[in-house]
Ligand binder design. Sequence first.
Ligand SMILES: [Fe+2]
Ligand SMILES: [Fe+2]
Length: 368
Amino acid sequence: MDNSELTILVIDDEAFVRETISDYLSDSGFEILGAGDGEEGLDVFRKESPDAVLVDLNMPKVDGFEVLKEISAESPDTPIIVVSGAGLIQDAIKAVRLGAWDFVTKPIVDLKILEHALGQGLERASLIAENRRYKEHLEAEVEKRTEDLRHEVKVRREAQEAFMALQDEVIETQKEIILTLGEVVETRSNETANHVRRVAELSYILARRYGLEKEEADLLRLASPMHDVGKIGIPDTILNKPGKLTPDEIKVIQTHTTIGHEILKHSERPIIKAAAIVAYEHHERWDGTGYPQGLSGEEINIYGRITGIADVFDALGSERVYKKAWSIEKIKGYFAEGRGKQFDPQLTDLFFDGIDEILELRRKHPDG
Ligand SMILES: [Fe+2]
Ligand SMILES: [Fe+2]
């Protein structure tokens, strides 16, 4: 060990002892401070913070026991070695209890013994200090990593929240575009905006009652507002003709199913794909007399059969320029008549078995 930067405080009332020790330890490279009694010793200790202390026990004013007590309380990691006459064993025990690290008896026959004790004390002290630094370093490291981790978690959570908000926004925008598109078409053919909203909800309810999973029913809810999107391609003069339509004009109107299908069929998006089916098949009839393909029974896609019922039910219950809103009794009669002809009988029953929920929906989304 390099002693050159180490300071040793020697507290002894005998000047001869102090000098002997000082001379010897100075030769070994230590810096030596001296004090002639306990009081002075404590003063010097507090001022100079030496690396180790050698202390006599029997001294005037403040004795070595008091010095031990104070120094070990103030600075438990400073090695403090008692250098005292071979007194009572109890003194030695007391000294150790008060914080002495070692005990060297006077007269010191060989100063190497003292130097050895001092060296051991300093080595232990440096290990303690190193351990403490290491522990503090570890604690700081743990603290720092915990903080980093917390920060990272926070950043990730915020990014995820932002992403989810964006995703929600995109989904909501999609829904709104779909509804608006349906509304535009329906408005052009003199139907109210809430008609497509109700058709969407009615289709969802019926899909669930039929046993479709929630995800698929949701898909149909989004797709069904586009059932008449093909009316975009029907000339206004025919679409809004006040009087009776000629057979040719009826044929033109009926092409809104194939036009809608043509518009939507190229997409790979599930909603648009479902909408293409709905547009194409919502005027098919269970008995095969519908249009455009004349499909019958379960050849008609379930999306088409469901939306067909929802669309007719809502149209009958709504007031139009050319007709009053039908009463629920009259609508029931119409469906009872069409059950198994125009409409899938099973779906018709499912629809009217829980009619209260359906009428409630109408109250929630009335025509403006
Ligand atoms: Fe239609
Ligand atoms: Fe409609």
